[in-house]
Design a protein. Structure first.
Length: 316
């Protein structure tokens, strides 16, 4: 049945207004695209658990206005996808839907949102509002993806629907009995999209510096790193980083971030697009055995386990 979905994906992704091409290489590329979409949905589902063990949408949904900013950003990006997909369905431009859904899964979700929110989902207290905020966003996103994909990847969407915790307004027999997701004006937030697009653009410089430090054996995983960003006060990246300094550790997935207007040391990575310099060092403090971050507030229990204050509060 997944082979049938792959054939459907080939048909839908082909622009029927021109000659339709088929080859082994095309099906190889489509197989990779299918796996990316399927695996993204699996990760989103895995972060929700079941209503009995973790997230119950009837009890744990967070109002949009109370959600974390990056979660609201993800919903704003979803809204853009829903709007473009609905328009493409109306115009029979199925290849546009395939392209937009793949980009959303590969870039907005896998490369950015899912990676950045892992720490909050895995390490915060189970019922922490910040964790429920991310789960609410992921629940809305995965349900919307199932509905958007149903006309194209019917078997995959049906299987996805069967594992979802559904609400009273959902038709439980089949995802195909439900309509396409609607554009929700409460999700639209152009200001947040502009903010995070800027942060993600400048984040690439930091991620490049981390990759070079990893290759040079300065660090292993990114959580072993302390990052210092050097730049002038009037630099656009520095202004944006300074305005959102509290979010940078989560955004860069490191243990410590500092910003400095002083001259960068010679060993700092300076070949950046944004004009800043990035120094990657081994983070100070002790490694928490639960979240793997290096913190100054780690303490040891009777068994010698080292936990940071957040993780100790989560498990006690």
């Amino acid at each position: 049945k997944y082979g049938a979905d792959l054939v459907r994906l080939w048909v839908a992704s082909s622009d029927y207004r021109v000659d339709v091409r088929v080859s082994d290489n095309i099906f190889k590329q489509l197989s990779e695209a299918y796996r990316k979409i399927r695996n993204t949905c699996r990760i989103l589902l895995a972060n929700l658990g079941t209503p009995e063990t973790d997230f119950d949408p009837a009890k744990h949904m967070i109002p949009v206005e109370q959600m974390q900013e990056i979660d609201r950003y993800a919903l704003s990006r979803l809204n853009s996808l829903v709007a473009s997909a609905r328009k493409a369905y109306e115009n029979y431009e199925f290849h546009v839907i395939c392209h937009d859904v793949l980009n959303f899964c590969a870039i907005d979700m896998s490369k950015l949102y899912i990676d950045i929110t892992k720490d909050r989902l895995y390490c915060n207290r189970k019922d922490a509002p910040e964790r429920r905020s991310a789960q609410t966003a992921m629940y809305i996103i995965v349900k919307s993806l199932a509905k958007l994909l149903a006309p194209i990847l019917s078997f995959t969407a049906e299987e996805l629907w069967s594992f979802m915790a559904l609400t009273e307004e959902d038709h439980t027999d089949s995802v195909l009995c439900n309509g396409l997701p609607a554009v929700d004006a409460s999700y639209d937030c152009p200001a947040l999209e502009a903010k995070y697009e800027g942060l993600f653009r400048y984040r690439d410089d930091v991620m490049k510096a981390l990759e070079l430090a990893r290759a040079a054996k300065v660090i292993g995983k990114s959580l072993e790193a302390k990052v210092t960003v050097y730049g002038k006060e009037d630099n656009e990246a520095m202004k944006l980083f300074s305005a959102h300094a509290k979010e940078l550790e989560e955004l860069f997935i490191v243990s410590k971030v500092e910003l400095s207007n002083e001259a960068a040391p010679a060993e700092a990575f300076a070949e950046t697009e944004s004009g800043v310099a990035v120094l990657v060092e081994v983070a100070e403090g002790e490694k928490c055995v639960r979240c793997w971050a290096y913190r100054d507030d780690c303490t040891h229990d009777e068994e010698g386990q080292c936990l940071c204050a957040r993780c100790r509060e989560a498990v006690c």
